[in-house]
Design a protein around this ligand. Structure first.
Ligand code: PLP
Length: 393
């Protein structure tokens, strides 16, 4: 007992690099984009904030561009500047611009701010005029989520202000839904009606209301452009109500470093929160909370913690997740697949990302964007038979 299995062989399943890996299927990403686009009459823009939801801004944006996507949204100006380096021709909107301190970067990179107050409108118009440029921008109007957005009264004041209106060149009127992931929420229709009314102020300007979930609410929510984020990355925000309409894109895996047989009564991990009730086979996996695994994935108070998988065989987490590693009970997994160097799936084909998210009390968005910076990203584009790996920072 307590014996160690054959030594870790660095070439088995690890590419000579023992860090966790996020495999991104660019073919599935592109197919998801086309799927969404096929369902809307207007434009399908891609939201690529937060490093394309953790999947990697540059390869994701390039793959979407190759499928015909021409409009992108980032949260921050710095993200948009980086995207501009990859896509010189695309139309890039910044959702959260601070135009006074960032106008030089916005102008120099031909980026479009989503303006959410009159002070921002004035600053942007002044900066653009000083640079001899038109003040092209999106107007982000508030319809019921009360985050960034200009209240309707402010938008009406702006519209009525001849001087301001003459200087500003609005290229998009947008708003954002609060409850679109719940198709039954009355709030959706209330926001849509408010948006319709405000849109009448700018009849010639393209309008955009829907995120992924809003897009799946149907054509009344599509207007001239939808802003698709999470659905491109493989999660259907309505999957609690309907069968998913998109394919998973990302697989997070980590290396099994050690396999040991533990006698009954052995404690595992910090705090000794797990104690084996009988003889168990333990696997030590090289991924932890620094890689985005929630520390509460193992919770002794909750019957049945999270499960990972090896070659399709599920195995429960036992003991606390630590910074760089975690531990699995491999007792029910065939011994032949429990070799050190094997890859353990955290989420992917066997374990849906939604399941891991739910186990730590969150949603796929947070699980994907939590995947840490040291996790290598590997890209596959089956259509072109290429695989590239990045993320050695
Ligand atoms: C993040 C975001 C989106 C995309 O949302 P998904 O739910 O990921 O599709 C669209 N619009 C705005 C304003 C956002 O902040």
């Amino acid at each position: 007992m307590n014996q160690t299995h054959p030594a870790f062989h660095p070439r088995a399943g690890t590419d000579g690099d023992a860090r966790p890996r996020l495999d991104v299927d660019l073919q599935a990403l592109g197919d998801n984009y086309e799927r969404v686009r096929a369902g809307v009459a207007g434009e399908t823009a891609a939201v690529v904030k937060a490093d394309a939801y953790g999947l990697g801004l540059e390869p994701v944006a390039r793959a979407l561009h190759a499928r015909g996507c021409r409009t992108f949204f980032t949260a921050f100006t710095a993200e948009a500047v980086s995207l501009r380096g990859s896509l010189p021709q695309a139309r890039i909107f910044v959702l959260a611009p601070l135009v006074e301190s960032e106008h030089a970067a916005l102008l120099a990179n031909d980026l479009l701010p989503c303006l959410f107050d009159l002070a921002g409108v004035d600053a942007w118009c002044a900066a653009a005029a000083a640079a001899g440029r038109g003040a092209r921008a999106a107007l982000h109007v508030e319809t019921g989520i009360n985050r960034l957005g200009m209240p309707g009264a402010e938008l009406r004041a702006l519209r009525a202000d001849r001087q301001r209106s003459a200087r500003l060149d609005p290229v998009l009127l947008m708003s954002h839904l609060a409850c679109a992931d719940d198709p039954g929420a009355a709030h959706n229709e209330a926001q849509r009606e408010t948006f319709e009314a405000l849109r009448a102020l700018y009849p010639g300007v393209p309008a955009s209301l829907a995120n992924s979930a809003g897009t799946f609410l149907g054509p009344p929510y599509h207007f001239d452009q939808v802003r698709a984020g999470i659905c491109l990355y493989g999660h259907d925000p309505h999957s609690a109500h309907t069968a998913p309409r998109v394919r998973p894109v990302a697989t997070l895996s980590a290396v099994l470093a050690q396999v040991r047989d533990l006698p009954a009564g052995s404690a595992v991990g910090y705090g000794a929160t797990y104690r084996s009730d009988r003889d168990r086979r333990l696997g030590v996996v090289l991924a932890g909370y620094a890689d985005g695994l929630a520390r509460n994935l193992y919770d002794p108070a909750r019957a049945g913690g999270a499960e990972f998988a090896i070659e399709g065989h599920r195995a429960p987490l036992v003991g606390r997740v630590s910074m760089d590693m975690c531990t699995l009970d491999l007792s029910a997994v065939p011994g032949a697949v429990c070799r050190p160097g094997a890859r353990v799936e955290v989420f992917g084909p066997t374990i849906p990302v939604e399941e891991i998210a739910a186990r730590s009390g969150t949603i796929a968005y947070e699980t994907l964007t939590s995947v840490g910076a040291r996790v290598r990203r590997r890209y596959r584009d089956r259509g072109q038979g290429r695989a590239t790996t990045t993320g050695t920072q």
